[in-house]
Design a protein. Structure first.
Length: 258
């Protein structure tokens, strides 16, 4: 079986594996059997653009991140094409909607919120330095540690639950096999749809477990266990996060509290 080849660019992923080429873009997945492809080549004058022409002359265009990846993709797919394509062409292409995984914490959003928080805090320290005593500044600085710890714990807990809930509904579910341990956690191995091997660590101890992963980003994964089992852990995290946040907030805001 040919080695998997994947092209990625903004908003588009094309994967060649086995006897199909799968193109994902704009909330849609098109699965193209190799037997209906007449030719695959780099577009004329555009080395980063791949053109897949079907037997009925329909053309699927894919823009790659770089020319090297495009060339490798063209070579791999071209070498696997049948000598005579199936004339039904597009009639055999399967198109289906692709449910996008919502991004709760995007990199840009996180950076913007963090920058805003730093600016507000520095302005607050400046106000305290002008209006209050040095002891007030010390209290505001020391209180930042438990406040930050509490907020970080809250973000991690919410993100964990959110990703787990989303992947249960929209992820690809596979069987993962126990291959060893790392500390108190078991290490489970599984293979994604492209044939790539991945590991997942869990406090569960069983020979096999079900793992759900995002097909566009297999590193985003979670065990498929009832959300009810998360209740004790979440309650503990909420208590810790709430305690640290409250303690930090009181310390930081004590100079302005009545």
């Amino acid at each position: 079986m040919p080695s998997p080849q994947t092209l990625r660019s903004r908003g588009v992923t094309a994967t060649f594996h086995g006897d199909t080429v799968v193109i994902e873009r704009a909330g849609e997945r098109a699965t193209i059997p190799l037997r209906v492809i007449r030719s695959v080549r780099a577009a004329e004058g555009r080395s980063r653009t791949v053109e897949i022409t079907l037997a009925d002359s329909a053309v699927h265009t894919i823009a790659a991140n770089n020319a090297t990846a495009a060339t490798a993709f063209v070579t791999a797919v071209g070498a696997a094409l049948p000598p005579t394509p199936d004339e039904r062409g597009s009639a055999l292409v399967r198109t289906e909607p692709l449910a996008a995984t919502p991004q709760l914490f995007s990199g840009r959003r996180t950076l913007a919120l963090f920058t805003l928080a730093v600016v507000v805090y520095l302005v607050y320290l400046g106000y305290i330095a002008v209006v209050h005593t040095p002891w007030a500044i010390f209290s505001a600085v020391v209180g930042l540690l438990p406040l930050g710890l509490g907020l970080a714990t809250t973000v991690v807990t919410v993100r964990h639950l959110y990703v787990k809930a989303v992947l249960r509904r929209r992820g690809v579910i596979v069987q993962a096999v126990d291959v060893g341990s790392a500390g108190k956690k078991s290490v489970y191995a599984f293979t994604d749809a492209e044939g790539n091997a991945h590991e997942y660590r869990s406090g569960l101890h069983a020979n096999t477990i079900e793992v759900a992963y995002d097909p566009r980003n297999p590193e985003r994964k979670a065990s498929v266990t009832p959300l009810l089992l998360e209740v004790p852990r979440v309650l503990l995290m909420v208590l810790l996060a709430g305690g640290f946040t409250l303690l930090g907030a009181i310390s930081v805001l004590s100079p302005v509290l009545p």
